[in-house]
Design a protein around this ligand. Structure first.
Ligand SMILES: Nc1ncnc2c1ncn2[C@@H]1O[C@H](COP(=O)(O)OP(=O)(O)OP(=O)(O)O)[C@@H](O)[C@H]1O
Ligand SMILES: [Mg+2]
Length: 265
């Protein structure tokens, strides 16, 4: 279905982490790329105004403002969203002037109400580190909490999970940069801590660094890498949901399937 052809229900996903630098932006970008490749209309929004990544990752120069200016009512959605190439999905860069902003919940809720009316199949929202404002979580269908296998990151993620439980936001844990290193927390320990929400794993992959220099999402540089196949795995429930298989989309939780997928068990 073409974007804008008729009103449709948009599925809104955010990527989040308590600790910085664990891969929120890379996962958001990869999801957007994979969902677009699968034929869906996707908008990727960078809400990390103090430290935007999506524009730089895609080689977009932020000249005309973005998310920050729309929230402030200085710019219209239609004038701010751009189609990124070669990905073909829409991007709303962070905008702003590099300073952290303190938007009100009312302004943010008005922004997300507008975003959800833009007739996308999926909106993927990249967020700054730390708990994302409680008052606006109701706009999202789901959060992906990103962690690396290090203890500091895994424990921080637990706090986010508690916040999302409190606000009844559906969420899943994704362990990024898995190297199978003996110093990593092993999946069993993480699964014990998180139970069914421990859901996905992404390997450490140098294509990610290559993709940053080339301004092309790693998912698109090599569709057959374990990284890209793991992204496909993460996206499967979203696609099933869009195809109307709601029941199948609510997959069995835990890392069991994904461990097999990684060849671990
Ligand atoms: N799976 C991966 N394999 C290899 N490198 C990775 C992987 N995931 C992330 N990285 C590296 O880690 C860096 C940080 O990732 P990213 O910017 O997505 O983290 P972030 O959580 O969004 O950070 P911030 O908290 O600053 O927003 C990336 O620039 C990339 O070089
Ligand atoms: Mg980021």
């Amino acid at each position: 279905m073409e974007k804008g052809s008729m009103d449709k229900k948009t599925y809104a996903i955010l990527t989040a982490s308590q600790k910085g630098g664990v891969g929120k932006s890379i996962v958001a970008l990869s999801l957007a790329a994979a969902l677009k490749v699968a034929g869906y209309e996707v908008l990727l929004i960078d809400t990390d105004v103090a430290n935007p990544s999506i524009g730089p990752l895609l080689g977009l120069r932020e000249t005309g403002g973005g998310y920050a200016e729309i929230v402030k009512g200085k710019l219209k959605f239609e004038d701010a969203q751009v189609v990124s190439q070669p990905t073909g999905f829409y991007v709303l860069p962070a905008g702003g002037n590099g300073e952290p902003e303190n938007f009100s919940n009312d302004d943010l809720n008005a922004f997300f109400a507008k975003a959800l009316k833009q007739n996308f199949d999926f909106i993927v929202v990249d967020t700054p580190p730390g708990s994302y404002m409680d008052g606006i979580l109701k706009n999202f269908n789901e959060a992906l909490i990103i962690t690396t296998p290090e203890e500091t990151s895994v424990f921080g993620a637990q706090r986010l999970s508690q916040i999302y439980n409190k606000y009844r936001l559906n969420h899943k844990l994704v362990i990024n940069r898995v190297k199978e290193d003996k110093f990593e927390l092993d999946e069993q320990k993480i699964e014990q801590m998180y139970g069914d929400i421990a859901y996905g794993m992404l390997p450490e992959d140098r294509t990610v660094q290559e993709s940053e220099i080339k301004h092309i999402p790693a998912y698109m540089l090599n569709r057959k890498s374990l990284f890209s196949l793991s992204i496909d795995y993460l996206c499967r429930p979203y696609m099933l949901r869009m195809q109307g298989s709601e029941e199948q989309a609510i997959q069995r939780g835990g890392l069991g399937d994904v461990k097999k997928f990684f060849g671990l068990k």
